[in-house]
Design a protein around this ligand. Sequence first.
Ligand SMILES: [Zn+2]
Length: 231
Amino acid sequence: MRSIKLTDQVVCPDGCEAFEADRWTFINAQQDPELKEAILGGELNLFCCPQCHSFFYGDSDLIYLDEEAELLVFAFSEKNRNQRKKLEEKMKHDYSLLKDTLFKQVRLDVGPMYVFGLEELKTLLLKEQARIEESQAIAAAAAALGMPVARLVPQWARENDFPLYTAAGTDETAKTFADSARKVLQEGLKSPLLKHFADQMQGDGAQAPKVYYEHTEKTQRSLKNHRPVRR
Ligand SMILES: [Zn+2]
């Protein structure tokens, strides 16, 4: 599934004459990693007005997919910031359609996230990149202790500000997951995400963590594939 760009009429914010330009509307980060880099570098959908030569961003909707990171983000136009409620509904609706059509081949089932504008998208990607790197360090530390690594359901992990991987508990209960996480932390790993996870799992009435038990192979693969990005 390729990334998609449209040729569009673009209007410079200084009110110059409209001109034609290519604008990305769908980014598949796995297929086109250079487009992810362009977002992080602030170069995506950046236009130069042929009349006044000023640079500006194309302010329009964009969908960002990173299959490996299980990340799907709707970046809505800045100008629609006050329509949060309506767009949230639209996103849910569009996602249910995409799941059965465009995304069918990737069998992606993640809760989508949304932001407004490319700057917020960039911030979110950097935050998630940091989560991936910290999660890899946790997985490596657990493996070094001979503990099995568990992969948490990404949407659940992100909603709760947990890492994507942790040392698996000895059973499926929150308590043994808390114990395993503490064991890794006691070895000296500095990980605010893991500490937060351990604290939450330790709490009275903590729900069992949402873990992908069947995805060990995928965990290995995504651990291998995630390389730090250029900042
Ligand atoms: Zn202009």
